[in-house]
Write a protein that binds this ligand. Structure first.
Ligand SMILES: Nc1ncnc2c1ncn2[C@@H]1O[C@H](COP(=O)(O)OP(=O)(O)OP(=O)(O)O)[C@@H](O)[C@H]1O
Length: 294
């Protein structure tokens, strides 16, 4: 099975700063989508770049197919801005030595489904951000790779196109491709076979979405007012704040829409509020808080 084992990546040359990835192990089974989730700086991009051997490993190893059997869409979309859409396709097709017939058929299908058919003559740099993302996604999939690595492919993509992109991802998985996809959209993560939650370069949880939720310690309550009173201090205390072993109520409370969600660790009294079964979003916040307080 492809993946990463005990991968550590340092950008500080070993000078003592926290590593960007700290002994990260992930498995990427064929035929499955693995979603990488986590806040800014969690290590999602670095993990994908480690898998395509674009960053040096300070420790551990990656097991991936040969480079021509991997598709990678970087966060910057991977589109050549000075080439037209059609030229981008030609260029990538040639790089993978695709035959004319299969390249034409595959490009027609992908560009059509991504809604880019009418944009073939436009320069990559003249596409909207969402269109560029979609083209980058098509380029990464063009040669039907065995391992597909996608860095936030749907960021900036309109909701209708996101549905179609996800269909293409699901079809590639059904055809046997192993897929790792970094995403900030938890509705996408919910559809993955496995969710890998990263925080500060470490894996907090790796399981199917219900398994991630089941890993939540303690309980979550919801209230329409802040449980810590009318003077809450900062509205959103970021997960991972340096509050020591027992986080104050304010640091365990986060806002979702008009409601306030509070995590209560095991063995502690919950504030007033309705006890709820956490969803994936709650679970990721709690796991990050629990990691910060342990
Ligand atoms: N080229 C680099 N040089 C130095 N530090 C880097 C470099 N790339 C990433 N980092 C650091 O590594 C850590 C992980 O970053 P990474 O980009 O992998 O996170 P991420 O989860 O993809 O975040 P985001 O969602 O914001 O893109 C961060 O602390 C980041 O500052």
């Amino acid at each position: 099975m492809w993946g990463a084992r005990d991968v550590t990546v340092r950008f500080d040359g070993g000078h003592g700063a926290a590593p960007a990835l700290d002994a990260v192990t992930v498995s990427l089974p064929r035929g499955e989508v693995t979603a990488l989730v986590g806040g800014d700086g969690a290590g999602k991009t670095t993990l994908l770049r480690a898998l395509v051997r674009r960053v040096a490993l300070a420790g551990g190893s990656v097991d991936v197919p040969s480079v021509e059997r991997v598709g990678f869409q970087p966060a910057t979309s991977g589109v050549w801005r000075t080439l037209s859409v059609a030229e981008n396709v030609e260029f990538v097709g040639a790089a993978y030595s695709m035959g004319r017939k299969s390249l034409t058929a595959r490009a027609d299908e992908l560009l059509g489904r991504a809604g880019l058919d009418g944009a073939r003559d436009r320069l990559g740099g003249q596409l909207s951000g969402g269109m560029r993302q979609k083209l980058g996604f098509c380029l990464a999939m063009l040669h039907e790779p065995d391992l597909l690595l996608l860095d936030e492919p749907s960021t900036g993509v309109d909701p209708v196109s996101r549905v179609e992109l996800w269909r293409l991802v699901a079809e590639a998985a059904a055809a046997g491709t192993a897929i790792a996809l970094a995403t900030t959209y938890l509705d996408e993560a919910e559809r993955a076979a496995t969710v890998v939650a990263l925080d500060a370069g470490r894996v907090l949880a790796a399981a199917d979405p219900p398994g991630v939720v089941a890993a939540v310690p303690g309980q979550v309550t919801v209230s329409d007012r802040r449980p810590d009173g009318d003077d809450p201090g900062p509205a959103d205390v970021p997960p991972g704040s340096d509050d020591g072993p027992s986080l104050p109520l304010a640091a365990r409370t986060w806002r979702r829409g008009t409601a306030f969600h509070t995590w209560t660790p095991p063995g502690t009294d919950a504030p007033p509020g309705e006890k709820v079964v956490p969803d994936l979003e709650d679970a990721l916040v709690v796991l990050s808080l629990a990691g910060a307080s342990s």
